[in-house]
Each structure stands twice: as structure tokens, then as C-alpha cells.
Write a protein that binds this ligand. Structure first.
Ligand code: GDP
Ligand code: MG
Length: 176
């Protein structure tokens, strides 16, 4: 018996996943949702939403000193986004793996960014801290980077009553 391998309710995490305006404009909404759905995570919140500037700034407040911050805020508010809350054991790290590296150029094939995003054109910025080349960060999707940020971001993007608690019929077929 290996107690550390047994998942408990405490391991159930929530993550905030957002299809960015380029993902919506390019008709990738169904494809991206499908990847999380097929994996077996539980969808608890979903809406199409035009993000106000203040909310984008709050969401990305940790990046506000970065040179690309104004462009990032323009990008996120440039059209509707799809806001999602997903739940599951280890969902935060697992979703980040499904999404792939921040720069689509470095994202592995099989990941959302690796399969669905490219380095577009010659207009890119160079972040002096990590030398990443990202053309305005058009990488189709966002995923929370920690369980704490998952909770924080879901609370930021969803109003009370918009997140649903439910038991998927497939649950006994996914976990013992
Ligand atoms: P993520 O967690 O993988 O989304 O990456 P970060 O939290 O580091 O950055 C948030 C978002 O800002 C990224 O997804 C990109 O859209 C954008 N971004 C990050 N780094 C850069 C950069 O160096 N240049 C530009 N233009 N955008 C960036
Ligand atoms: Mg991040």
C-alpha cells in the first residue's frame, strides 16, 4: 500500500484556462476545449467575454514591469476571450503541459501552442531577462501557473454562481 500514490480530495485543484483573442479569431475554441475535455478534466466554468483593460491589468499584474506589458494588455483586450475553469487532481501542472511552452516556437508538437501557434512575421520583442523572442505573445491560450493562482484567477474572471459544481457521469471510469 503506497499512501503517497493515492489521490485524495485535497489533491483536487482548480485552474483558470483562457482562450486568448487570437484563438477565438482563428476558430480554435472547439479544438482547445476538446483537448481538456478528452484528457478527462472537469469543466466547471465557461463563457465568452470581452475583457476590460482593468481586469487584464489585474490578471497580469506580476508582469506589469515587463517591457511587453502594454502590448500584452492590448492583445488580451483586442477581442473576446473564452474563460474556463477546470478541476481535477494535478490539473494545474497537467494543463500547463497540455498548453506547452510560452513561446510557441519552443512548444513541443502535441501541445496546444506547439500544434496551433507559430512565430508570426518579423515584429517581435526581445525580453532582455530571458532572451525570449515572442511576437506580441500570440500563443492562443493561458493557463494558471500554481493552484493558488488558479483560485485567484477563477475568482477574478467569474462572478459568484458562474462556476458549477457537478459530478460527471464518466468519473468512475476515470479514477478508481
Ligand atoms: P505563460 O504563463 O506561459 O502564459 O507565460 P507568462 O506568464 O510568462 O507570460 C504571460 C503572457 O505574456 C504570455 O503567454 C505571452 O502572451 C506574453 N509574454 C510573455 N513573455 C513575453 C515576451 O517576452 N514578449 C511578449 N511580447 N509577450 C510575452
Ligand atoms: Mg503565466
Amino acid at each position: 500500500f503506497l499512501p503517497h500514490l493515492v489521490a485524495s480530495m485535497e489533491d483536487v485543484e482548480e485552474t483558470y484556462i483562457m482562450i486568448k483573442p487570437d484563438g477565438v479569431q482563428r476558430g480554435l475554441v472547439g479544438e482547445i476545449i476538446t483537448r481538456f475535455e478528452k484528457k478527462g478534466f472537469k469543466l466547471t466554468g465557461l463563457k465568452l467575454f470581452q475583457c476590460p483593460t482593468e481586469l487584464a491589468q489585474e490578471h497580469y499584474k506580476d508582469l506589469q514591469s515587463k517591457p511587453f506589458f502594454p502590448k500584452l494588455i492590448n492583445y488580451i483586450t483586442s477581442g473576446p476571450v473564452v474563460c474556463m475553469a477546470w478541476e481535477g487532481v494535478g490539473v494545474v501542472a497537467s494543463a500547463r503541459k497540455l498548453i506547452g511552452a510560452t513561446n510557441p516556437l519552443n512548444a513541443e508538437p502535441g501541445t496546444i501552442r506547439g500544434d496551433l501557434a507559430v512565430q508570426t512575421g518579423s515584429n517581435y520583442t526581445v525580453d532582455s531577462q530571458d532572451s525570449m523572442l515572442i511576437p506580441f505573445g500570440r500563443n492562443v491560450v493561458h493557463g494558471s501557473d500554481s493552484p493558488e493562482n488558479g483560485k485567484r484567477e477563477i475568482a477574478l474572471w467569474f462572478k459568484q454562481g458562474e462556476v458549477c459544481q457537478w459530478t460527471p457521469a464518466q468519473e468512475p471510469w476515470l479514477t478508481e
